[in-house]
Design a protein around this ligand. Sequence first.
Ligand SMILES: Nc1ncnc2c1ncn2[C@@H]1O[C@H](COP(=O)(O)OP(=O)(O)OP(=O)(O)O)[C@@H](O)[C@H]1O
Length: 337
Amino acid sequence: MSVNAGVTEAEGTSAGASPPLGRGGAIVTTSLTKRFPGGQVAVDHLDLAVPRGSVFGFLGPNGSGKTTTIRMLLGLVTPTEGTCEVLGEPVPRRLAAVLPRVGALVDGPAFHPHLSGTANLLRLSAADAAVDRRTARARVAEALARVGLSAAARKRYGAYSVGMRQRLALAAALRGPRELLILDEPTNGLDPQGTREVRSLIRQVAAAGTTVFVSSHLLAEVEQICTHAAVMSGGRLVAQGTVAELRAALGGRAAVTRVTVETPHAGRAATLLTGLGLAGVRAGDGEVSAALGDRAPEDVCRALVEAGVAVRGFAVVRPSLEDVYVDLTGEGFDVGA
Ligand SMILES: Nc1ncnc2c1ncn2[C@@H]1O[C@H](COP(=O)(O)OP(=O)(O)OP(=O)(O)O)[C@@H](O)[C@H]1O
């Protein structure tokens, strides 16, 4: 399935060409805009195209408009302008038809501190007209098991750690069979083990056919679990496409594949790489690097050796999704696990 390819203009009036998914997408927004009273434009003419069956990473720094977008998708915030469609239905107009098909983790549900994890989820189910009373208890137990909370199911919520609270919020989103799961920063507050579990849970949910839309700061994680991604900056969409497209779109941009050579002959190696036509040659202490361009790394390595340069190490460094992000937004990224 294709999405509008790769990187769009950061300075454009809207984020590139209209998404070609039409009614087939799990989420399709057109010129979606939210201007808060006081003039703050949190989301600015957003054209988002989330293919069905994708695991879609929604990336961006703090304040770039991710949560506001998610809140508009769930009918929690009214757009100022533009449209959004979720599972083929216009939101907010057909919200009642859409919500039972969507599991969401946003802002954390209000859990009661004196009730257990199980009792809290049963309470949410009781308030949910779409839940079948006969299967509610079994579904709650299943959701708790999926997030690894079975052992703590009878413990009261007030005694839960931050990570356990986050897992319970995730379990709340997984109480029923869902066509779409929308998760706002689902690994916030989780330790590395919890983060791995959430990653594996997302894979399982996706393998069972559910589309997953997940906002995250964890680029390494997005690279591992997502098939597609979009990058937000200052309320605008600056890129969207498959993860492979996003990396490929870097060709000709600042972050490109580079070779790094470890050698005691850095000066000589730098001259040779420049002579081979490599751009961006940087020589340091015992090391020289350059943009590979369309040269084959093995040819570069052979030329160095044949010229008598002692090659102690030779590495080809391809741009990561983080490079894409930094290149597009000019901002660093919190890549901690
Ligand atoms: N209710 C509101 N009233 C006024 N401004 C708001 C409101 N909610 C959000 N904003 C502003 O809109 C912008 C986008 O915020 P949003 O929470 O959508 O970003 P985000 O990408 O989710 O950030 P974070 O990663 O920090 O959650 C921010 O500048 C924020 O201050």
